[in-house]
Ligand binder design. Structure first.
Ligand code: KIV
Length: 268
C-alpha cells in the first residue's frame, strides 16, 4: 500500500491512494535537468514535461508548433533528473490525433526513449477511444479537459470553459477510457469541485479552484520568468526574471569596469 513517503519514488498507485486519502497532489512543469532536480528535491510529487514548452522555452504564441522529437528531448532530461517525482510528458499537437496507431507509437516513443512513467493528452469524448488504445498498450495516460490549449484555434483564444454538461461528460469519458488522473484547466471552481467529487481518479487543477485533488502550475509563471501576461490563476512564488536581469546588469557593469574577473577568479 503506498504511503506518503517523500523518499520513495512516486508510482501510479500513489495517485489512486492520494485521491482516497484526500492528500493533495503537487505538480509543476519542467523542461530541463537542473529545474527538474530542484523541484524533485523540493518534494514536488509529479513533474510534467508540458507542451507549454512552446510558449515558455520556445517563446511561441501557442503550443501548436511543438514536435514529438522536442518533447522526447526535454522529457529525457527531466525524467533522468527525477529521483522521487513521477514524470509525465505531453503528447504534442498532431502526434496522436491522426489515428490510434499514431497515438500508441508516439506514446510508446516517450516510454521507450525517456524514463517518463506516463503521457498526457488533451480532450474528453473526442479522444476517449485514443486514451483507451494507449492504455491498452500498457501506457498510463493522464487526461486533460476544460481549456485544452491545442484547441486554441477552435476556441478562438484562451478562455475559461463554462459549459458544465460538456465538461462533466468529457471528464466521465476520460475516466471510462482508463486514464489514471486528469488535468482540469480554466473551469469555474464550482464545476471543478463537482467533477472532483464525481470522478474516482485525481483531478489536477490549473485555474480550476481549490477543490481539485491536486494543482499544477507552469514553472515560468510561478517563478516570474515571463514578461507581460500574468494568468489570474498563477501565483508567483519568485521573481526570477527580475533577479536574472539584475544579475546580468551587474555582470555587464563589472566587465566594463574591469572589476571582473578578479584575482581569485584568475589562474596563476
Ligand atoms: O502543457 C502544459 O504545461 C500543461 C499544463 C498547463 C497542465 O498542459
Amino acid at each position: 500500500m503506498p504511503t506518503d513517503d517523500r523518499e520513495r519514488p512516486v508510482t501510479i498507485l500513489d495517485f489512486d491512494a492520494w485521491k482516497k486519502q484526500g492528500r493533495k497532489i503537487s505538480v509543476l512543469t519542467a523542461y530541463d535537468h537542473p529545474t527538474a532536480r530542484w523541484f524533485d528535491a523540493a518534494g514536488v510529487d509529479c513533474l510534467l514535461v508540458g507542451d507549454s514548452l512552446g510558449t515558455t522555452v520556445q517563446g511561441r504564441e501557442t503550443t501548436l508548433g511543438v514536435t514529438l522529437d522536442q518533447i522526447v528531448y526535454h522529457a529525457e532530461m527531466v525524467a533522468r533528473a527525477a529521483r522521487r517525482a513521477f514524470v509525465v510528458a505531453d503528447l504534442p499537437f498532431l502526434s496522436y490525433q491522426a489515428s490510434r496507431a499514431q497515438a500508441i507509437r508516439s506514446a510508446g516513443r516517450i516510454l521507450k526513449e525517456t524514463r517518463c512513467q506516463a503521457v498526457k493528452l488533451e480532450g474528453g469524448r473526442r479522444t476517449a477511444a485514443t486514451i483507451r488504445a494507449v492504455v491498452d498498450a500498457e501506457i498510463p495516460v493522464m487526461g486533460h479537459v476544460g481549456l485544452t490549449p491545442q484547441s486554441v484555434r477552435k476556441f478562438g483564444g484562451y478562455k475559461v470553459q463554462r459549459e458544465a454538461d460538456v465538461i462533466r461528460a468529457d471528464a466521465q469519458a476520460v475516466v471510462e477510457a482508463g486514464a489514471f488522473a486528469m488535468v482540469l484547466e480554466c473551469v469555474p471552481a464550482s464545476l471543478a469541485a463537482t467533477i472532483t467529487a464525481e470522478v474516482p481518479i485525481p483531478t489536477i487543477g490549473i485555474g480550476a479552484g481549490a477543490d481539485c485533488d491536486g494543482q499544477v502550475l507552469v514553472v515560468h509563471d510561478m517563478l516570474g520568468l515571463l514578461e507581460g501576461f500574468r494568468p489570474k490563476f498563477a501565483r508567483r512564488y519568485s521573481e526570477l526574471g527580475d533577479a536574472m536581469k539584475q544579475a546580468a546588469g551587474r555582470y555587464v557593469e563589472d566587465v566594463r569596469s574591469g572589476d571582473f574577473p578578479g584575482e581569485s577568479e584568475s589562474f596563476r
